[in-house]
Design a protein around this ligand. Structure first.
Ligand SMILES: [Zn+2]
Ligand SMILES: [Zn+2]
Length: 296
């Protein structure tokens, strides 16, 4: 199934325009100095208000974040593992989940982490464009809402059993997010997962759903996970997350959705879900913008 997101009008700064002919997106990790971040954001918003909207990928005129051709290029996940959302040729449990059932109950992801979605996520995270994250979160909210509708269709007396992903779409008791270490958050100016979580809380939850962005904390300033395999990531991560002591009593018996931007190997999802289950959570789902396909 291919859902083309309909983005509402969103503005952007001229500095984010990319040439579609560029084969690789190279982000600049050097952020502006902290004292300049807010004035620059205000200036960016003021410039946005004056400029016509342009597609965040190809710079052609667009009513929303992307022009229609670029929006059509965003990679949907047609089939995936019913537990970890790993893109697969058909919908089934992947070999890894079959062999070692993960601590999380399910991952719901809106897109496959591939071109051109990866460009947008990098702009969102590293080039200080939180509005891109909010726009992408709309598609994730749609995916979750769609799964909720399917859940309703499957509830008794329907004989069709629910998949783990459909269970994941039942409104959680708590929406939390994968935390950033305070130092990285300070550098970036925001936590990308928190921006997505806030949008999802506004659009997918019930009145009883608690929004607890501070539920989890990052203890260590861990080095980049990018070049590590799954086993190395798990080892690296195990000691670096904790449930905030003040909120520990909130976890017991609760269905918790933890929001992340991209699920790569699933190591962060595994460690966090394990932590929350040990603290008494009844169910832990991971909601992410995108899921990385398996590298061969
Ligand atoms: Zn475009
Ligand atoms: Zn799986």
């Amino acid at each position: 199934m291919r859902i083309i997101p309909s983005y509402s009008a969103v503005s952007r700064t001229a500095s984010t325009r990319l040439n579609t002919n560029e084969p690789h997106f190279s982000h600049t990790p050097q952020s502006p100095p902290l004292w300049l971040t807010k004035p620059l954001a205000w200036l960016g918003a003021a410039v946005d208000a004056l400029l016509p909207n342009h597609c965040a990928l190809c710079s052609s005129k667009a009513k929303g974040l992307l022009c229609s051709p670029c929006a059509n290029e965003l990679p949907p996940i047609a089939h995936s593992c019913t537990r970890c959302a790993l893109p697969l040729p058909q919908t089934e449990l992947c070999a890894e989940c079959l062999k070692t059932p993960p601590s999380f109950d399910s991952i719901v992801a809106a897109y496959e982490y591939a071109y051109p979605l990866d460009h947008l996520v990098l702009q969102f995270k590293h080039n200080n464009h939180p509005h891109i994250g909010r726009q992408l979160a709309k598609k994730l909210a749609l995916t979750i809402s769609h799964t909720i509708e399917q859940t309703i269709e499957h509830t008794p007396p329907s004989p069709k059993p629910l998949s783990p992903m459909q269970h994941a779409a039942t409104p959680p008791d708590i929406i939390a997010c994968v935390p950033l270490h305070w130092r990285r958050r300070l550098q970036r100016g925001f936590n990308q997962a928190e921006i997505i979580a806030k949008h999802l809380h506004a659009h997918t939850s019930t009145q009883t759903t608690q929004y607890l962005p501070q539920l989890l904390t990052k203890l260590n300033h861990t080095q980049s996970q990018q070049n590590l395999n799954r086993k190395q990531r798990l080892k690296n991560l195990r000691q670096s997350f904790a449930v905030a002591p003040k909120l520990l009593t909130e976890v017991k018996g609760k269905h918790i959705a933890v929001v992340d931007d991209v699920v790569t190997t699933g190591a962060t999802a595994e460690v966090i879900a394990n932590l929350l289950k040990e603290a008494g959570a009844s169910r832990v789902d991971i909601w992410a913008l995108a899921r990385t396909p398996k590298h061969l």
